[in-house]
Design a protein around this ligand. Structure first.
Ligand code: F6R
Length: 629
């Protein structure tokens, strides 16, 4: 949540900051601001709203001559409000009493109330309701204690903070210098040909450099206009970190001709699955390879329990992983919301394998769950999309999904990549434990190789037109229900989440066998006589052992006035007789059906959102990375 960007160098900082903020808007977009270092002062410009509004304000200031000569040092912020409503006063950057210090912050300062009270008693005046503002005032005090040493003032300030933070700071008395630091919030530092940058995430700086550094908790980096960076550990000892080269490029962070990132990312899914499969199969020994797992066959067979921890969409991927791991590996698997897991006293031993799934690798609850599991002696495997993310530093081992950067707030391609990766992992574990043989694994892998072409079939104009028609039938509804069985039910949980988060149409998913135990009461009986009152029910009805039961559930819903939209295997005549609203899915093994059926559900959610006039890439109240609990 919140995006920060900082630049100092030999070129105009304004386009670097505004360009970076635009690319970070997925992290928060209720207000934005910049602080620019002018020869004798720090000039701050903030606006409620999106980066576009800030851009207009900056343009006005330039036109009015308020920014003098081209500023080459500055910091910027795009906000997702936690403390204080989204208005201009609460927008970052925040300043101290003298106006010499400017701070941008991502995270939450947990002891801010106590610090604020103490600072107020010492005479500091506050201008916002934010937790961040205490940092500016603390730096003001600490700087008085060590005049001329901004890095030291930041270090002693940070020592007083508890909570999570990534900070970028500039000071009127230090032209061409920026100080950055972090704790439990992401921060990447990069070196370009014409200066140095720092940001919450790589998209903000990828246009300028792919050579980056990641700081450890409470490390401090001092960025100089001449392109040098000094790195210090929390004790103030200088060190030289190793640079990491980012593998994806600017094109990946652009819309590339698509009207929105969500559609672009949906269309990238065939490639994502291809990339996920690449290099995973040893066709000589008929084995799925997972070298990253670093557990021997013996250690693997010692594992007596698996706990999958995750949030949101990643949790849904975990539910699918559970079904496969139990069915194939014959291992008991629990899937837990990370936010719940961390506050109970879970049963963990050295024989427990904890799989933590997080696209961003930054989700606060998932990170805490990982730390808890490690402390209890469990082996933690992280499945993430982001190199250098926090989770990669906390887990024993890391498996990267191959989704590449995902910008739309709603997870799409990362979900498919997680499910594909978990499918391979479940097969690998099952094989390691001697539950399945090489032939079984080869067959599964062959079927998985057909997935990219099958996803392409779901993305053709004809296929998407059918989905759009179904979306138009539902867009005006008050609520939509999703039903399925087995992995079909899990596919529904994800489909309902996608629909509600981007279209704001209330949606709930149920295991179809459960509808008679309560949810069927939600069907509006007026739908029997008035088609406008029909409650939409999206039924995932792919071929499985429970197919006939699903048909019976569909008829029960229809008999009470529901309008059923069925996702069914291509050529399914029985479904066609039940409802005119059918979305066809290519034939596939049941275990792989979530990978296919999720694609039309993503498109369905997007179409409903567009019809209802919502912004599909930046849904209200949400942010891409949930770095606060
Ligand atoms: C929904 C969505 C969220 C995330 C959740 C966890 O489309 O994106 O539900 O899945 O916030 O995020 P990660 O996977 O980054 O831990």
């Amino acid at each position: 949540m919140c995006g920060i960007v900082a630049f100092t160098g030999t070129v105009d900082t304004i386009p670097v900051l505004l360009g970076g903020l635009r690319r970070l808007e997925y992290r928060g977009y209720d207000s934005a601001g910049v602080a620019l270092q002018l020869p004798t002062e720090i000039k701050t410009i903030k606006r409620q709203g999106k980066v576009l509004q800030l851009h207009e304000a900056v343009d006005k200031a330039i036109a009015a001559g308020e920014l003098g000569q081209m500023p080459t040092t500055g910091i910027g912020h795009t906000r997702w409000a936690t403390h204080g409503i989204p208005n201009e006063a609460n927008a970052h950057p925040h300043s101290d009493c003298t106006g010499e210090v400017a701070v941008v912050h991502n995270g939450i300062i947990e002891n801010h109330a106590h610090l604020r009270a103490a600072l107020s008693e010492r005479g500091h005046r506050f201008f916002s309701q934010t937790d961040t503002e205490v940092i500016a005032h603390l730096i003001e005090e600490e700087y008085q204690a060590t005049p001329g040493d901004l890095a030291q003032a930041v270090r002693t300030t940070v020592a007083q903070l508890s909570g999570s933070f990534a900070l970028a700071i500039c000071h009127a008395k230090h032209p061409g210098v920026l100080v950055v630091t972090r704790n439990d919030s992401p921060l990447v530092v990069g070196k370009a040909a014409y200066g140095v940058l720092a940001a919450s995430d790589t998209p903000a700086i990828i246009e300028h450099t792919r050579r980056v550094y990641f700081l450890d908790d409470r490390d401090v980096a001092v960025l100089h206009q001449n392109g040098t960076i000094d790195f210090f550990d929390p004790a103030g000892t200088a060190y030289s970190p190793t640079a990491v080269t980012i593998e994806w490029d600017l094109e990946d962070a652009e819309r590339g001709g698509y009207p929105d990132f969500m559609l672009k990312e949906i269309h990238e899914q065939p490639k994502v699955i291809k990339d996920t499969l690449a290099g995973r199969f040893d066709d000589k020994n008929h084995q799925i390879l997972f070298e990253e797992l670093a557990l021997s066959a013996q250690e693997m067979s010692d594992v007596d329990r698996v706990i999958i921890v995750a949030c949101g969409t990643s949790y849904h991927a975990g539910l699918i992983g559970k079904d496969l791991l139990e069915a194939w590996g014959r291992l008991p698997v629990e899937v837990a919301y990370a936010s719940e897991f961390r506050y109970r006293n879970p049963l963990l031993t050295a024989q427990t394998l904890v799989i933590a799934i997080s696209q961003s690798g930054e989700t606060a609850d998932t990170l805490e769950a990982v730390k808890l599991a490690r402390r209890a002696g469990a082996h933690v495997l992280a499945i993430t999309n982001v190199v250098g993310s926090r989770i990669t530093m906390e887990a024993n081992n890391v498996v990267f999904i191959k989704a590449h950067i995902e910008i739309a707030v709603a997870a799409t391609k990362s979900f498919l990549a997680q499910v594909a990766q978990l499918t391979l992992l479940a097969a690998h574990i099952a094989q390691q434990r001697g539950e399945v043989d090489g032939r079984w694994v080869s067959e599964l892998y062959e079927h998985m190789q057909e997935l990219p072409a099958k996803i392409e079939e779901l993305l053709t104009d004809t296929a998407t037109a059918a989905i759009e028609r179904c979306a138009a039938e539902c867009a005006a509804a008050q609520t939509a229900l999703f039903i399925g069985r087995g992995v079909g039910a899990t596919t529904c949980y994800e489909g309902a989440l996608k629909l509600k988060e981007i279209s704001y149409l209330h949606a709930e998913a149920f295991a179809a066998g459960e509808i008679k135990h309560g949810p069927i009461a939600l069907i509006d009986p007026e739908g029997l006589s008035d088609p406008r009152r029909q409650t939409p029910v999206i039924a995932v009805t792919c071929q499985s052992a429970t197919y006939d039961k699903m048909l019976a559930n569909i008829e029960e819903m229809q008999a009470r006035g529901a309008k059923v939209i069925a996702l069914a295997t291509v050529g399914d005549e029985r479904i066609a007789q039940l409802t005119p609203y059918v979305i066809s899915i290519p034939k596939v093994r049941e275990c792989l059906s979530p990978i296919l059926a999720s694609v039309p559900l993503q498109l369905f959610a997007r179409f409903v959102a567009l019809i209802r006039g919502a912004n599909v890439d930046q849904p209200r109240n949400l942010a891409k990375s949930v770095t606060v609990e």
